[in-house]
Ligand binder design. Structure first.
Ligand code: GUN
Length: 298
């Protein structure tokens, strides 16, 4: 085998996200030609700096792809009833096809009640129990953006996923659990491990595919990985090192690189895919709402 074939591949999330966004732009142009303008409402409560950056990027990407974005910024002391009333208004608005409430919400607001208030057909995060249940049953529903983006990176990197052993590190509702459901649907053998699992490194060493989503900087190093594994790092952790602030993943990138066949960098791996799949979900939601009842075009 040539040396080049044995070198680990950097999985370029930025480039893949650009391809997904180009697909979305084409789909939006097609919808607009039929007189349908997709609309995405993004709701931010409070002024958490990271959330502000995420929301700004979501709005920018929407505009770039031709999706109308409607931003709702509410003060941190907004009460739950006011937020629920806004969601009710957005559910009823014909201009809005997708609704995203940025998480986390302030502690005085019940997150679950808010997510359940969103019309499942407009739930572009895929967090409503109707969509969570649909995903676990293998129905065609709106699925969470980060795991959907990770799956696309894995499909592009590995080709066939059937029969591969995937270990998902982390069991959050946003990433770990839906990631496991998507991998199961792609015919992987799936193990979900978490902070209470025994001998995490030994469990991870069984994996052909590792998806790391725990929020612990550089937790996973080469000792946790099987040679040739494909690693998707969902972690975005800010740390101070050598007198400066930097972003690192849940995987110790430099250590893992000597062993893996492919790995996502942080930043520039999974992050851009989350936003690209939000746009894809917005188009899918618009199609279902606006075109389902129409006769096919001649
Ligand atoms: N906060 C962190 N990730 C997400 C996400 O995927 N969706 C929403 N709504 N909030 C988040």
């Amino acid at each position: 085998m040539s040396r080049a074939a044995t070198l680990p591949r950097l999985i370029d999330g930025k480039a893949t996200a650009a391809r997904v966004l180009a697909e979305v732009s084409d789909e939006v142009a097609d919808l607009r030609a039929r007189g349908v303008q997709p609309g995405l409402a993004v709701v931010l409560v409070g002024s958490d700096p990271a959330s502000q950056v995420y929301v700004r990027n979501k709005v920018l990407r929407a505009e770039e792809t031709g999706i109308r974005s409607l931003e709702h910024k509410l003060p941190a002391d907004t009460d739950e009833a006011t937020l629920l009333a806004l969601i009710e208004h957005l559910n009823a608005s014909a201009e809005v096809n997708g609704i995203l409430v940025q998480l986390p919400l302030p502690a005085h607001i019940n997150e679950q009640r808010v997510l359940q208030a969103i019309d499942p057909l407009k739930d572009v995060d895929g967090f409503h129990s109707e969509n969570v249940g649909g995903l676990s049953q293998g129905r065609e529903v709106l699925t969470p953006c980060t795991p959907s983006g990770c799956l696309r990176l894995l499909q592009d990197t590995c080709g066939e996923l059937r029969g591969k052993h995937a270990v998902v590190v982390g069991r959050s509702n946003i990433v770990g659990k839906p990631m496991a459901a998507l991998l199961l649907q792609a015919d992987c053998t799936v193990t979900v491990v978490h902070s209470r699992s025994q001998d995490l490194p030994a469990l991870c060493r069984q994996a052909d595919i590792v998806v790391a989503a725990v929020g612990k900087p550089r937790l996973i190093d080469a000792n946790w990985l099987k040679p040739g594994a494909v690693v998707i790092d969902v972690g975005i952790n800010r740390i101070d090192e050598d007198g400066r602030s930097k972003l690192v993943g849940d995987v110790d990138f430099d250590s893992a690189l000597s062993l893996v066949s492919a790995i996502t960098p942080v930043p520039g791996g999974v992050g851009p895919m989350t936003i690209a799949y939000l746009m894809k979900n917005t188009v899918a939601a618009t199609r279902r709402q606006c075109l389902a009842a129409r006769p096919a075009q001649p």
